[in-house]
Design a protein around this ligand. Structure first.
Ligand code: PLP
Length: 356
């Protein structure tokens, strides 16, 4: 394994003192991990250096053609002061899935988990301790070739930055209002929907903006071909409880394979619930709502963990789910996932990795 060089900052920043009010993604820690890729050399020079602006050629390819991928995970401080990561191997494996699609050379997954641990260990005093807070970790890779021309890059940078973040819902789990997008689509099978790349988000900005103007939190995407099958929510995978079946759209290549999604399925199955990964149409949801069978709906993702959906708007049809309250299954999943992540429950699945 390559050795990570470490250069500590001489000017540490003041850490936020009010942990009740940490914004998401605007405060960055003192250091970042950086590694270069150059054709012929492979990934090289892994290092932790002071967090600082980077220099790029205006012709850097990532700025023109969007050859970029990223990941998102968290470090959690337990009550007894240990630091845990949640399934970081899964994030690095997914990063390589994204890399493959975007012609980015594969990273060494095990080494990159070590890089995350090294960085988090250096930044451990930045991890807040108030309940629900954590250190958000953002690994990303982008093309730096100075070349206005469309081809896979020969030079790239891999960087990891960290931000202390507050509880996603400081007042507890508040069900969100979601709007079903009928005009725009996020991706299609054959595109990049299953990767974590900036381009997918660029494609979503306009409808997200429209949803917010109408007082909705996020949009629910329908498939790009039939405009019929449910895909996912803006930054989350989505689940529906219809009768005694828990349904989430199958992975067909147009949606992201969320680690919270996967973990939720594994937990629900271990508790004996009937979980189906299958195509589910918006008409099936509307029908279930009419028949009183639509019991719960929730989104899953690292940022909010579980986000209950209290209202779904599809055209003129406004569906109130579980009277706008959090459902039993959503609550149970939230309690168990966060219990494991913050070390308050026994990690029977062996999902957490301690940083020391
Ligand atoms: C990151 C992401 C998710 C959630 O994935 P997790 O691994 O659970 O955090 C879902 N959908 C999209 C589009 C995402 O980018």
């Amino acid at each position: 394994m390559q050795k990570i060089k470490i250069e500590l900052t001489k000017n540490p920043k003041a850490k936020p003192t009010d942990e009740t009010n940490l914004p998401f993604g605007t405060i960055f820690t003192d250091h970042m991990f950086v590694m270069n890729y150059d054709e012929g050399q492979g990934w090289h020079d892994p290092r932790v250096v002071p967090y600082a602006p980077i220099e790029l050629e205006p012709s850097a390819m990532c700025l023109h053609y969007g050859q970029e991928v990223f990941e998102g995970l968290k470090a959690y401080r337990t009550k007894d002061g240990r630091i845990l990561l949640f399934r970081p191997d899964q994030n690095m494996a997914r990063l390589n899935v994204s890399n493959e699609r975007l012609c980015i050379p594969a990273i060494d997954e095990e080494f990159c988990v070590e890089a995350i641990k090294t960085l988090v260990n250096i930044e451990k005093d930045w991890i807040p301790s108030l309940e629900g807070t954590s250190l958000y970790i953002r690994p990303f890779i982008f093309a730096t070739d100075a070349h206005v021309g469309v081809h896979p890059a020969k030079h790239l940078l891999f960087i990891i930055i960290c931000c202390p973040v507050g509880a996603y819902y400081p007042e507890g789990l508040n069900p969100v209002k979601i709007y079903v997008e009928e005009k725009y689509v996020r991706s299609v099978v054959g595109g990049m929907g299953y990767t974590k790349t900036g381009g997918n988000y660029a494609a979503s900005l306009k409808s997200q903006d429209e949803a917010e103007k109408q007082n909705y939190t996020q949009v629910l995407w329908l498939d790009g071909v039939h405009r019929k099958y449910i895909e996912e929510v803006g930054t989350m995978n989505v689940f529906f409880v219809i009768g005694d079946e828990i349904i989430t759209p199958a992975l067909r290549g147009s949606i992201l394979s969320g680690i919270t999604r996967k973990s939720s399925i594994e937990l629900l199955k271990s508790w004996g619930y009937k979980v189906s990964e299958r195509p589910i149409s918006i008409d099936e949801i509307v029908e279930a709502d009419k028949n009183g069978q639509l019991k719960e709906s929730f989104g899953t993702g690292t940022a909010a963990v579980i986000s209950p959906i209290g209202q779904l708007k599809y055209g003129g049809n406004i569906m109130e789910i579980n009277n706008g309250k959090i459902g039993e299954i959503s609550q149970k999943l939230y309690d168990n996932l966060t219990g494991i992540q913050w070390g308050n429950l026994e990690d029977t699945m062996n999902w957490t990795v301690e940083v020391k």
